[in-house]
Ligand binder design. Structure first.
Ligand code: ATP
Ligand code: 3PG
Ligand code: MG
Length: 403
């Protein structure tokens, strides 16, 4: 990278603002970190900063905040506790994102200490109104946060496809002092090597639940990948586009037209599930059955079925490069984890292929299911990897100062 890196910055005695991506899977009540991969991945840069005498002031988002009531379960407090265990030293936590309490906490920091600031997306809701100060990159917010430190390190690869105040906003307000961290460097190098000139056949697997976010990616991927497998929650908007019944499955109605256009352009490049495990409620203990095609009213597809698994394996068996984002089903519930497990296990057997899995939940899935070790690279970025794959600039990286 021709970008400034953390090794180029003066750190000793400095207030080092750091953007990390601690958007980790967390329990519904917000008290337990379910997967710490993204925290572990940021440790080398955090350690480097504190070992060189910097005061590490960490910023991250967690989940999405659209109303006041979303806040308590999306506090970063539990993340601070996990980080403290991993660093084996105290991590201070300040439960606000602006004002005197935050400023005092920063001013009290000693060299080599670590402070985690509350979820940056608390700024998205003020006095009950959805104002999107963080997610909308409010210029005043980026300027304010930048004023709190001496230098800035962005190690949040998973957030690099976003143009938010805590990544792009702070960086643009600290010209010449905004550097990339080690994780950012490592991810870009790895993805660049694997996908700029991919070994073919190149197969992308897309699943998960962020349909409206990621469906646009597929259009661009059609020009890059040889096949695109679509499973998980992403599949059923495509079912709707094909006139297949979807029952109560996850469907983004206002994206059905987009899905239709993609299918028209795709020819036989896109591979959809043939059968699904359907349930009568969103619950591990729901009644379930496997059905081909149509999903009747009163039922929802929560995993791909055995025929889909076979079909997907058939497409994957000759692949030389595979990039996977988004689980094939609701893997957090054991009765709907099989599709994700089978696809993951099969990727592990592809010894001649480069296999990359990206994303907060996808990474948690392959780790939980015990297949992570057989894959070539576990990326912290889901949406970020996909955007990179599309060949688009990542705003979080573009904003980092040039050397
Ligand atoms: N059929 C389905 N119906 C509803 N939800 C689903 C279905 N299949 C998968 N999911 C959900 O998708 C979620 C993960 O999707 P997501 O797009 O967030 O992936 P990710 O790997 O975390 O990527 P990113 O890092 O971009 O968030 C999981 O919580 C999973 O339960
Ligand atoms: O998990 C991710 O992809 C990143 O942390 C970004 O989160 P977002 O999709 O809520 O912006
Ligand atoms: Mg996710």
């Amino acid at each position: 990278m021709a970008k400034l890196t953390v090794e180029d910055l003066p750190l000793s005695g400095k207030k080092v603002l750091m953007r990390v991506d601690f958007n980790v899977p967390i329990s519904d009540d917000g008290t337990k970190v379910e997967d710490d991969n993204r925290i572990v991945a940021a440790l080398p840069t955090i350690k480097y900063v504190i070992e060189h005498g910097g005061k590490a002031i960490l910023f991250s988002h967690l989940g999405r905040i659209k109303k006041e009531e979303d806040k308590p379960a999306k506090s970063l407090k539990a993340v601070a506790e996990r980080l403290s265990e991993l660093l084996d030293k105290p991590v201070k936590f300040v439960p606000v994102t602006e004002g005197k309490e935050l400023e005092d906490a920063i001013n009290e920091l000693k060299d080599g200490e670590v402070l985690l600031v509350q979820n940056t997306r608390y700024e998205d809701v003020k006095d009950g109104e959805y104002v999107k100060r963080e997610s909308g990159n409010d210029p005043e917010l980026g300027k304010y946060w930048a004023s709190l430190g001496d230098v800035y390190v962005n190690d949040a690869f998973g957030t690099a496809h976003r143009k938010h105040a805590s990544n792009v906003g702070i960086a643009t307000n600290m010209p010449g002092k905004a550097a990339a961290g080690f994780l950012m460097e490592k991810e870009i190098k790895f993805l660049g090597d694997a996908v700029d000139n991919p070994q073919r056949p190149f197969v992308a697997i897309l699943g998960g639940a962020k349909v409206s976010d990621k469906i646009g990616v597929i259009d661009n991927l059609l020009d890059k990948a040889d096949k695109i497998i679509i499973g998980g929650g992403m599949a059923y908007t495509f079912y709707a586009a094909k006139g297949i019944k979807t029952g109560d499955s996850l469907v983004e109605k206002d994206k059905i037209d987009v899905a239709k256009k993609i299918l028209d352009k795709a020819g036989d490049k896109i591979v959809l599930p043939i059968d699904n495990v359907v349930a009568d409620k969103f619950d591990n203990d729901a009644n379930t059955k496997v059905v081909e095609g149509d999903v009747d009213d009163g039922w929802m597809a929560l995993d791909i079925g055995p025929k889909s698994v076979e079909e997907f394996k058939n497409v994957l068996k000759d692949a030389k490069t595979v990039v996977w984002n988004g689980p094939m089903g609701v893997f957090e519930k054991p009765n709907f984890a099989k599709g994700t497990l089978e696809v993951g296990k099969f990727l592990g057997t592809l010894n001649d292929a480069t296999t990359i899995v990206g994303g907060g939940d996808s990474t948690a899935a392959v780790k939980q299911l015990g297949v992570a070790d057989q894959l070539t690279h576990i990326s912290t970025g889901g949406g970020a990897s996909l955007t990179y794959l599309e060949g688009k600039a990542l705003p979080g990286i573009a904003a980092i100062s040039e050397k």
